[in-house]
Design a protein around this ligand. Sequence first.
Ligand code: 13P
Length: 252
Amino acid sequence: MRTLIAANWKMHLTRSQASGTAKELVGQLEGNLPADREVLILPPFTSLEAVSGAIAGKSGFSLGAQDFYPAEEGAYTGEVSPSMLLDAGCGYALAGHSERRHFFRESDELVAEKLVYGLEKGLHMILCVGETLEERKSNAVKEVLSRQLRSALDGERVQNALATGLSVAYEPVWAIGTGEVARPEDIREAHAMVRQELTALLSGKGEQTGILYGGSVKPDNISQILGIDNVNGVLVGGASLKADSFSAIARG
Ligand code: 13P
């Protein structure tokens, strides 16, 4: 399984900043990336084209989107479809990021629809799951992860669409953007729970599904995180916005 090192740029960087950062990353990483690593950049929609141009033809680099609406086209003001993303050069997309779940009130049902629709359209989907601090304090981690995974992955439609590629990102909400990285034992335990659910839900494919960790990943904690059982990559926010720190993570 390839190790996926993903940069979620969230709502940051103009086109010229995005293009400059992507070019710097290519300059720092091309030829320096371990063969089993893939670098994925998830810029805002407005910078997809700029980043696509910067990474065109560079091996080990991929492009993805942070969100979409699950329909082919239509009267959905403000939205972007998977077909438009594929046309813009995206191979990947996120579903269920905690910021979408919390700030934009995305339900488990909408996340499930986005996930299966994106897979059916041919995107490699990264399903994000994770508990809040209150849920962790009340010992509900397993229950929350199970609910988020089952609501999105249970069912024949998903099973039939898995060939395009699925990853799961475990991102504890309390570790996102806070500088507070989860302890290795918390990550090990949560990733084992996710693996167990995936094995139960995805007949035969649970073992090959990559599980990424996200939440305050930095150059100084990356090697420890990647050494934990069932960690197959990382999803990086803040530390992915500067080429120097993200390339250190990608090499780490
Ligand atoms: P930070 O790396 O800024 O904590 O963000 C993590 C994240 O939300 C990635 O999707």
